[in-house]
Design a binder for this molecule. Structure first.
Ligand SMILES: *Cc1c(COP(=O)(O)O)cnc(C)c1O
Length: 396
């Protein structure tokens, strides 16, 4: 079936035709609990009625006009996002990696318009993921994504977050433009940065006139139980932030947010996008924002996270040979496994549970923010059954 599609993916043998909330359904009626969630994208579950309505309504009015004409939805969503964050300006695009591209351009142009174009160095971290475009794979430095894609781009360096001395020296270089970091690493291993590390990065950048970029493409928009993950830590706000995934609740849309100062190089014609910020995306993302940013929703995320985490910790104690660590933040939950994570994901499918993979031999649970207490219990039951099956494959 995929014979004319470039074989860059290895999809599981599941063909959903419809979805509702946490659940996905195949044509033959098979029901799945979906903890992939479009990779942390369907934050309100599948086919949330408010998003279906917003999309349907807009689809009858207008889809696309390009940024050659005015799109009022951009101003509306921009106002919501900036009122709820450190930022004053937004650029809308279609994906996470484009939001990262814009963030890196914004940082470099900030220095260039101040007469310091040599300040172009971008500092990233081992274990990070920023997307698949050239700037993004170079910012992450993960050899798995760089291999065979030609020479490395100049101007990118990578450190362990624990390498304080190396990091401090690199940030202090007169050629450094920005630091890019995920407050909670997603793909790379569901690792939440320590509060102290986030604060240290903020202080280090401020001390040297270096811009701080947060990549909250995965951990932002409510996933951790705050609207943005860095909002757990007072005084840690970045200058520039990339968001996407949950922003459209499943509709493709991304944004680069920045303070007016950090965005001062983003002058007319310095950047752009044909599809970015189109009326359909703005309508759906606007509706998703109102639901996700509701304090009751964020409190619900924190409660469901606590319930899931404490149950998963209990499972880890019962199956220390299977589950080595429970990590992440909020409803971005990683289980570091002893057995191969791909084998665990396949075994979970035998129990009707769809899990996402990740670096460092983790599986990720990315349920919708709307997951109920009963559904969270079902998820844990199915993980428990999967653990049993990994121990005794014959009897399970
Ligand atoms: C998914 C992701 C990206 C890339 O997003 P795409 O929409 O796939 O381009 C970038 N950064 C982080 C942290 C992500 O999780």
């Amino acid at each position: 079936m995929l014979s004319h599609v470039m074989p860059v993916y290895a999809p599981a043998p599941v063909v959903p035709v419809s979805g509702k909330g946490l659940w996905l359904y195949e044509a033959n009626g098979t029901a799945w609990i979906d903890c992939i969630g479009g990779i942390a994208t369907n934050a309100l579950g599948h086919c949330h009625p408010a998003l279906v309505d917003a999309l349907a309504l807009q689809s009858h009015a207008l889809w696309h006009v390009s940024n050659a004409l005015c799109i009022p939805g951009q101003a509306e969503l921009g106002a919501k996002l900036t009122a709820a964050s450190f930022a004053e300006l937004a650029f809308f695009c279609n994906s996470g990696t484009e939001a990262v591209e814009c963030a890196i351009k914004t940082a470099r142009r900030y220095h260039a318009v101040r007469g310091a174009p040599e300040r172009s160095g971008i500092i990233g971290f081992h274990g990070s993921f920023h997307g698949r475009t050239y700037a993004a794979i170079n910012a992450s430095g993960n050899p798995a994504y760089l291999e065979g894609c030609g020479p490395l781009l100049p101007g990118f360096d990578h450190f362990d977050i624990a390498d304080r001395a190396g990091l401090a020296a690199a940030v202090a270089r007169p050629t450094t433009a920005a630091v890019i970091v995920e407050p909670v690493q997603g793909e790379g291993g569901a690792r939440a940065l320590a509060d102290a590390d986030l604060l240290r990065l903020r202080q280090l950048c401020s001390a040297h006139g270096v811009l701080l970029i947060h990549d909250e493409v995965q951990c932002g928009m409510g996933r951790t139980g705050r609207l943005f993950a860095h909002q757990w830590v007072e005084g840690a706000a970045p200058d520039i932030m990339a968001i996407a995934k949950a922003l459209g609740g499943g509709f493709p849309v991304g944004a680069c947010l920045a303070t007016a100062d950090a965005a001062s190089g983003m002058t007319a014609a310095s950047h752009g996008s044909t599809f970015g910020g189109n009326p359909l995306a703005m309508a759906v993302a606007g509706a998703a924002f109102d639901i996700i940013a509701d304090p009751d929703m964020l409190a619900h995320v924190r409660a469901m996270s606590e319930q899931l985490r404490s149950a998963l910790e209990t499972l880890r104690c019962q199956h220390p040979d299977i589950i080595v660590d429970v990590r992440g933040k909020g409803l971005l939950i990683g289980l570091k496994l002893a057995p191969n994570n791909r084998a665990f994901i396949a075994a979970a499918r035998q129990h009707g549970l769809l899990l996402a993979g990740g670096g460092d031999n983790i599986v990720r649970l990315l349920p919708p923010l709307t997951v109920s207490a009963e559904e969270a219990e079902m998820i844990v039951e199915r993980i428990a059954a999967t653990c049993m099956a990994m121990i005794c494959p014959a009897v399970a």
